[in-house]
Structure formats: structure tokens, C-alpha cells
Write a new protein. Structure first.
Length: 168
């Protein structure tokens, strides 16, 4: 998946360098690559979660009984969702003045800064799993997070100059 994300980043750039490639043709290429990447991701999820879940269970997988009822689980999920939405609003409120102060473009902040901050919990979970000697889980989290960020950044690749613009 990470290789596919790298290819999805490189192919449009290579065709953009071609003088005969029109903007319309580059747009169709990008959309086509996006469809292929999305389809492949769906196939990967099907493989990992439906057809071959034992391959992704890890060496320390144990069946545990649920300690909470469905109602309690839904309540915790609802409270966590509301808390995350509230913290996201706080983060956006703090990022806007910083963006203006340092002269970052909105696309740069959206693609790079928010992507890094948004994956902070995944990074912490990967470190926590590694400290508990669950390297299979830690590696799986780190690779999955990398693929997600790479695919997200590839959506902006066609406008790379705008994404990377910085006006100090």
C-alpha cells in the first residue's frame, strides 16, 4: 500500500513534466489513480478484516470477554466523539492566527500540519504497543498511519507548488 501511494505521487508529477500533457489529461490521470488507490484500499481492508483476519491477528492475540455493555460502550464512544470535535475546534482556532502570523498557505497547513497533529494519537499508540513488546501491532499502526498520510498528501500533489508555498 505504501508503494502504491508512492507511485500515485510520482506518476502525475512525471506526466506533468511532459510538455504534451494538458491540464485536462493530467486531471483525468489523477482521478484514475485515485480510483485505483481507493479500490485497492477497499480490497486490502476486505483481505485484512474479512477473508484473512488470522494473518493480521498478531502473536499475542487473545480473546477477551467484554467488560462493558453495548449501551455503556456507545455512551463512551459518543462522549469521545464530542470531545474530539470540541478539541478540533480549539485546534483550528489556534492554527488560524499562527497561519497568518507565519504566512503559511492554508493548503500547507491542511495537508502537513493537520495531518501530523491528527496522527499524534496513532504515533502514541504505536509507541505504547512497542513498550509492551507488541512489535507486530506497533509496526502495523506505524505503517497504516504512514499509508494514510501518504495517500492524503497525494490528493494535493497536483498543486504541489501551492501546497509548499511559504511566505515569511
Amino acid at each position: 500500500m505504501l508503494t502504491l501511494a508512492a507511485i500515485a505521487l510520482i506518476v502525475p508529477a512525471a506526466f506533468e513534466a511532459d510538455a504534451d500533457m494538458t491540464a485536462d489529461g493530467l486531471g483525468r490521470l489523477s482521478v484514475s489513480l485515485s480510483v485505483v488507490v481507493l479500490f485497492t484500499y477497499v480490497l486490502f481492508l476486505t483481505f485484512a478484516l474479512v477473508t484473512h483476519p488470522a494473518l493480521f491477528a498478531g502473536s499475542a492475540a487473545e480473546e477477551e470477554k467484554a467488560h462493558a455493555s453495548v449501551g455503556r460502550s456507545l455512551l463512551v464512544l459518543t462522549v469521545a466523539t464530542v470531545g474530539i470535535a470540541w478539541m478540533s475546534e480549539i485546534m483550528v482556532g489556534a492554527i488560524e492566527p499562527t497561519t497568518r502570523e507565519f504566512g503559511f498557505s492554508k493548503i500547507f497547513v491542511g495537508v502537513f500540519v493537520v495531518a501530523i497533529l491528527g496522527n499524534a494519537a496513532e504515533h502514541a499508540t504505536a509507541i505504547s504497543a512497542a513498550l509492551r513488546n507488541r512489535m507486530d501491532l506497533s509496526l502495523s499502526i506505524a505503517i497504516g498511519s504512514s499509508v494514510q498520510v501518504a495517500l492524503f498528501v497525494s490528493a494535493c500533489w497536483g498543486r504541489a507548488s501551492e501546497c509548499l508555498r511559504w511566505h515569511p
